[in-house]
Design a protein around this ligand. Structure first.
Ligand code: UDX
Length: 473
């Protein structure tokens, strides 16, 4: 390593949706800038991280030792897990408790990092960057529109939020598409005196006081929101995406890929709800019927259904037996076995989406899934579940033109089997879907261009590097 090169520390908070893009950012900094990068991984469950093999990716493309991964000690939050404690609150508590471990690791390092990059949940750790004179950056693993909204929230007049909450008035976001009430986030509707609300606002204010924000998007995908963020001049913005995992062809051919190999080109709808998304029992039944009625080929990653209990926690509703899922309609597997594959819990998603037989993706609109679909030119059916996913679905459907949206019926909040049938047909075969199918190919090209030498995201990384280099001198 050249002595003058910066050393960047990255911190990944728990959850695949955070770890995957943080690791990709690390690899990008190594391959693009030959920076030394250390990724600190915070986890609540080491076993699943180890079994995912994500941490075993090659140290760096040229075999150098520029990329180091440090798994921080397991952080125990069992004392706060209980009714009413959300997954997000567990992550927040975990991150707060990781601060001393992170400080110890940094103080032991011979080559002290120049900059610290944390994701949304890592702002508590920024105090360590201050102590060691490191630059501070936030990596937004979602899109620019969502971030523009978040950055604006501390300034919104309460009256506007009340109008939004009570009268469903769209919320203006300066320079950006307004936020429709049906896409709003739970956070915005909270009581402003609630400590969780106040903590969120504190996190957002901290973000605006950093040296910059890296966003997993690219200029050509979100020109309006990125312009608005730059015009606001609150904090420098670096759109460096799309950062997605490369395809890692398994040494052992999987059953899924073997099955996909046998299907015609662009004939299969891939159905998956991200790293942890689940549906209710009735939604699973409607989805199964919708897939069956569509008469199209499908690959479905199924999870046992859940319902929320009175305290808002998710309860699993079945014996969870993967080999014979009792939550699917009677006879479904037998009736569809010649054109459908149902796999439990997890699929190698990037490999699946890059397979020529995939023609559509029914997705929960997690941002990683979204950009994996775009970069593979796969049109989407947007079925958002939680967090910022409704905003993502709106962006994809109304702004970008890359998806159609599953709309629940007002009477029972359900997406019906008839809707699912027609959406699947529209995205895969019907004439009506042709514009979306054409649009997604353009977006695929724009993503590749942004990352290639001379592209927008490629160039932005030089700007980020320059700031780090200046800090060294
Ligand atoms: C959540 C948010 O909703 C998302 O928008 C946010 O940016 C991060 O946290 P998550 O539910 O984890 O995300 O979904 P997503 O962002 O799509 O990430 C899931 C990752 O797991 C993707 O990289 C996907 O390829 C991978 N995955 C998921 C698989 O490889 N196989 C699966 O079966 C499911």
């Amino acid at each position: 390593m050249e002595a003058t090169k910066p050393h960047i520390a990255l911190l990944a908070s728990p959850g695949m949706g955070h770890l995957i893009p943080v690791l990709e950012l690390a690899k990008r900094l190594v391959s693009h800038q030959s920076f030394k990068v250390t990724v600190f991984v915070v986890a609540t469950d080491h076993a699943s991280i180890v079994s995912s093999q994500l941490l075993q990716s090659p140290a760096s493309p040229d075999g150098d030792d520029l990329l180091e991964i440090v798994l921080l000690p397991l952080i125990d939050v069992s004392d706060i897990i209980g009714p009413g404690v959300s997954f997000i609150q567990q992550i927040e508590a975990t991150m707060l408790r990781s601060v001393p471990f992170f400080r110890t690791e940094i103080s032991k390092m011979e080559s002290r990092p120049t900059a610290l990059v944390v994701d949304w949940f890592g702002t508590d750790v920024l105090e360590v960057a201050d102590e060691f004179n490191m630059l501070k950056f936030i990596f937004i693993t979602s899109n620019a529109w969502f971030f523009a909204f978040a950055l604006y929230t501390p300034e919104i007049d309460r009256k506007e939020i009340d109008e939004h909450a009570k009268n469903q008035k769209p919320l203006k976001i300066p320079g950006c598409r307004p936020l429709n009430f049906e896409d709003t986030t739970e956070f915005l509707l909270m009581d402003p005196n609630d400590p969780t609300y106040q903590r969120h606002i504190g996190v957002i204010i901290k973000m605006s006081l950093t040296d910059g924000i890296l966003v997993n998007t690219w200029d050509e995908l979100e020109p309006t929101s990125l312009k608005a963020l730059r015009d606001a001049r609150k904090v420098p913005i670096y759109p460096i995406g799309p950062l997605i995992r490369p395809i890692e062809k398994s040494v052992l051919r999987s059953e899924i890929i073997d099955w996909l190999d046998k299907q015609p080109e662009e004939s299969v709808i891939y159905v998956s709800f991200g790293s942890g998304g689940t549906l209710s029992a009735q939604e699973v039944i409607e989805l199964a019927w919708g897939l069956e009625l569509s008469q199209q080929r499908f690959l479905w990653v199924v999870r046992p259904p859940t319902e929320k209990d009175a305290a808002g926690a998710f309860l699993t509703l079945t014996n969870g037996c993967d080999c014979n899922p009792d939550y699917l309609p009677d006879g479904f597997l037998a009736r569809t076995h010649d054109r459908g594959l149902v796999v439990p819990m997890w699929a190698p998603q990037v490999e699946v989406l890059s397979h020529p037989s995939i023609g559509g993706f029914l997705t929960h609109c997690g941002w990683n899934s979204t950009i994996e679909s775009i970069t593979n030119g796969v049109p989407m059916i947007a079925w958002p579940l939680y967090a910022e996913q409704k905003m993502n679905a709106c962006l994809l459907t109304e702004d970008i033109g890359a998806s159609i949206r599953a709309t629940p019926m007002e009477s029972n909040g359900m997406v019906t089997r008839g809707d699912i049938r027609s959406m699947v047909r529209k995205i895969l075969v019907d004439h009506e879907g042709r514009n979306i199918r054409a649009r997604i190919k353009e977006l695929k090209n724009s993503a590749a261009k942004a990352l290639a030498e001379g592209g927008s995201s490629y160039n932005v990384l030089f700007q980020f590097a320059e700031i780090c280099i200046q800090h060294l001198s």
